[in-house]
Design a protein around this ligand. Structure first.
Ligand code: URA
Ligand code: SF4
Length: 213
């Protein structure tokens, strides 16, 4: 089976899945989307209100900021794969519970194996803890590490910037480092470097809250 066929098969299984109680309140499962040969894979937390309505990842307010972050890295949404640790919306956007994470993990693992991305970016604390148990996101965000043969970069969740505008410059700076990190990972994996694109400098036009630091 090709990687694309495997991803389609996973999507079919997810939309019929009843392995955890999150299926009870879901409208549409959000399996994830992007090309099967994506170089960069994002792992978010789980569908929110709009994602549950549309069945697509990051289509609400945090998705808008994710698009801006991608632009900062010279990436288009259509060339990256975006998945979540749970595929069905936790009611009221609560944190996914350990049993739900455990039940849903096989789908994410199968997606990672099929795509075999050069770099995985975790968005937020919960997806970070898959690879960095007990770590503090404030100390390790933006730093790439090889974990069991995969290159992982923990990043803040885009929604964090909506609650804490002072984090925006730091998040934009983390994404600006991504092209170089991707090439570093590709070199280590014996893959050819990706040709450097001209990076669009994003005008951060939102009013900034003054940082205290
Ligand atoms: N937040 C997430 O973590 N994932 C989504 O798909 C949307 C919002
Ligand atoms: Fe299945 Fe994952 Fe949805 Fe739970 S969250 S029902 S494990 S697809």
């Amino acid at each position: 089976m090709s990687a694309a066929e495997t991803l389609e098969q996973i999507a079919r299984e997810v939309s019929a899945c009843t392995k955890c109680s999150l299926h009870e309140s879901r409208k549409k499962a959000v399996t994830g989307e992007g090309p099967a040969d994506a170089e960069v894979m994002f792992i978010g937390e789980g569908p929110g209100f709009h994602e549950n309505e549309q069945g697509r990842p990051f289509v609400g307010a945090s998705g808008k900021f994710l698009d801006q972050l991608l632009e900062q890295a010279g990436l288009l949404r259509g060339e990256v794969f975006i998945a979540n640790v749970v595929k069905c919306r936790p009611p009221g956007n609560r944190d996914p519970q350990p049993d739900e994470l455990e039940m849903c993990n096989q789908y994410l693992e199968a997606q990672i194996s099929a795509i075999n991305p050069s770099v995985i970016i975790t968005l937020g604390r919960i997806s970070m803890s898959r690879y960095f148990a007990g770590a503090k996101i404030t100390s390790i965000h933006g730093q790439m590490q090889n974990i069991g043969g995969r290159f992982i970069i923990p990043m803040y969740h885009p929604a964090a910037a909506l609650h804490q505008p002072a984090l925006r410059p730091s998040m934009l700076a983390d994404f600006a480092k991504l092209p170089d990190q991707l090439n570093e990972a590709r070199a280590a994996l014996g893959r050819k470097p990706v040709e450097r694109k001209t990076i669009a400098v994003v005008q951060d036009d939102k009013p900034q809250q003054l940082s205290l630091f």
